[in-house]
Design a binder for this molecule. Structure first.
Ligand code: COA
Length: 160
């Protein structure tokens, strides 16, 4: 068995927007959605370089290669996890956990008390495993199909 991969986390830079957009697309496709849905989500899956200059964003590297990223955005009274994507070949190796932990640390250092997540239904087990609490659902419809997206909160505890 291979040893666990060593993941390093660093702030993203604006020139990484195309790379992060490609990672978001590859990661979303992992759940097997039809291409027409991927096209429908184009805006959500696109990372603009301006957002990298203004929103807390971090990339995960393994062996020098960027394998995932997160991006945060203030929204009302909470901080929202706008993006969390890991390349399919690097899933289930601790990258998502390392990114989410970094997102929480950044949230705490910016003075936020909770992180809000609107989860893909396939990812909800991951968030619950790291302590996120389900607080509701957001409803969405695509090509006539109703989707319920779990909404979760992670308390941001400065003592942790
Ligand atoms: C969801 C995602 C970020 C998880 O990242 P990851 O690097 O695979 O997660 P980790 O390896 O850190 O997993 C941590 C734990 O959660 C579990 N886990 C990971 N993905 C899971 C899933 N989809 N459902 C249930 N549990 C999951 C792991 O088995 C692991 O458990 P363990 O500690 O007992 O071994 C990743 O699968 C991904 O990018 N998915 C596609 C994009 C997506 O849906 N992103 C979320 C948008 S809201």
């Amino acid at each position: 068995m291979n040893p666990p991969a060593t993941v390093s986390i660093e702030s993203a830079t604006p020139d990484q927007a195309p790379l992060l957009t490609a990672i978001a697309h590859a990661s979303k496709r992992h759940w097997g959605y039809p291409e027409s849905w991927i096209k429908f989500w184009e805006t959500q899956l696109t990372v603009l370089s301006e957002s990298l200059a203004t929103r807390p964003t971090a990339v995960a590297r393994i062996g020098g290669r960027v394998v995932g990223f997160h991006q945060l955005q203030p929204l009302g009274r909470s901080l929202r996890l706008d993006h969390l994507w890991v390349l399919p070949q690097w899933m289930r190796q601790g990258v998502g956990t390392a990114l989410l932990r970094d997102a929480c640390h950044r949230g705490v250092s910016l003075g936020w008390r909770e992180l809000r997540i609107v989860s893909d239904p396939h990812a909800v087990g991951f968030y619950e495993r790291i302590g996120a609490v389900r607080v509701g659902v957001e409803r969405d419809s695509i090509e006539g199909q109703l989707r319920e997206l779990p909404v979760l909160l992670v308390p941001l505890d400065p003592a942790r």
